[in-house]
Design a protein around this ligand. Structure first.
Ligand code: PEP
Ligand code: MG
Length: 313
């Protein structure tokens, strides 16, 4: 019995490899903030706000038309704050609203949504922000309030950008609303081939970071609907054209000191994660349940790059 007691007991060791490439987490629901923070991720590479807004049951336009804009801003602040608090001072990149119009239709106020033949190529993301400017201003006011509350880790990420003029106009509106762009990080999602191929224009205009939205970048580069099972076999983020666009953007951003990241699903695929580490991306942002695995993959990829370099000296 004594010998039995002295047996070494296995101990659970929490092991977190240190990586030069940051590993971040994607969040869609503020209720998941604590679970996301528990992954010890280096920040939030994508906070989607669609669920928060769809959860309100009323379209942003409904709030504006019924004179309840402040209530809408407060809802945004309340929800984003939960995540920003959980990660402070690590960066939390919040994406402005990017819901296709069909998703709003069932909500109160949804009857005012345009009926679009192809919502994925339609009025969403920055396109909507810059034509429904009243709404964009409310989002910007929420960001301003969060910074006034001391949550200086909150950055703004603009989705579906395809021309530098969109970034320029968005920044003008932010300044008009009193945001100090020296104190808040602003970046774009690279999810159209147009944004990737003209990245130098965006760099020249000024931005703090880019993040690859490979879910969309792949569908727009390959002309393959990401939700169409008939062509699902043609959908691959590892297609050489997608990889070339990524390489092109990372190379130019590196030279200019603009941070690069990925928040599309592909960042969680080992083959892609290894490739991104080789290309020299600054961070990979993955879903909560994938963070630990991505960290392992990244650590191994970094180690093998170092070993190879040492052996080839
Ligand atoms: C993407 O396009 O890769 C992305 C992260 O955005 P979403 O999946 O929300 O379109
Ligand atoms: Mg997208």
């Amino acid at each position: 019995a004594v010998a039995e007691e002295k047996k070494v007991q296995p101990v659970a060791v929490a092991y977190k490899p240190v990586t030069a490439t940051e590993v971040k987490v994607n969040i869609s629901e503020p209720t998941r903030a604590q679970a996301a923070a528990a992954t010890m991720a280096d920040g939030v590479g994508l906070l989607r706000i669609e669920h928060m807004i769809l959860g309100l049951g009323k379209t942003p336009g409904y709030y504006i038309r019924s004179g309840r804009s402040e209530e809408y801003v407060d809802e945004l602040v309340k929800n984003i704050k939960i995540v920003a608090d959980a990660f402070y001072p690590k960066p939390v990149w919040v994406r402005t609203l990017d819901a296709p119009t069909d998703e709003f239709r069932a909500m109160e106020g949804g009857e005012n949504e345009p009926v679009e033949h192809n919502p994925m190529l339609g009025w969403r993301g920055i396109r909507r922000d810059l034509t429904e400017v009243d709404h964009f201003r409310l989002e910007v006011r929420a960001f301003k309030k969060l910074h006034e509350l001391g949550l200086t880790n909150v950055g703004i990420m603009l989705p579906m950008v395809q021309h530098v003029s969109e970034l320029k106009r968005a920044k003008e509106i932010m300044r008009e609303e009193g945001l100090d762009l020296n104190k808040i990080d602003v970046g774009i999602m690279v999810e159209t081939p147009a944004a990737a191929l003209t990245i130098e224009d965006f760099i020249e205009e000024g931005l703090d970071f880019i993040s690859f939205g490979t879910n969309d970048l792949t569908q727009y580069t390959l002309a393959v609907d990401r939700n169409n099972e008939n062509v699902a076999n043609l959908y691959s983020e590892m297609h050489p054209a997608v990889i070339k666009l990524i390489e092109y953007v990372v190379e130019r951003c590196k030279k200019a000191g603009v941070k690069t990241s990925i928040c599309g699903q592909a960042g969680s695929y080992p083959e892609m994660a290894r490739r991104l580490v080789q290309i020299g991306i600054d961070s990979i942002s993955a879903n909560i349940d994938a963070v630990a695995t991505v960290r392992e993959t990244v650590a191994r990829a970094e180690l093998s790059i170092l070993l190879e370099a040492a052996r080839n000296r």
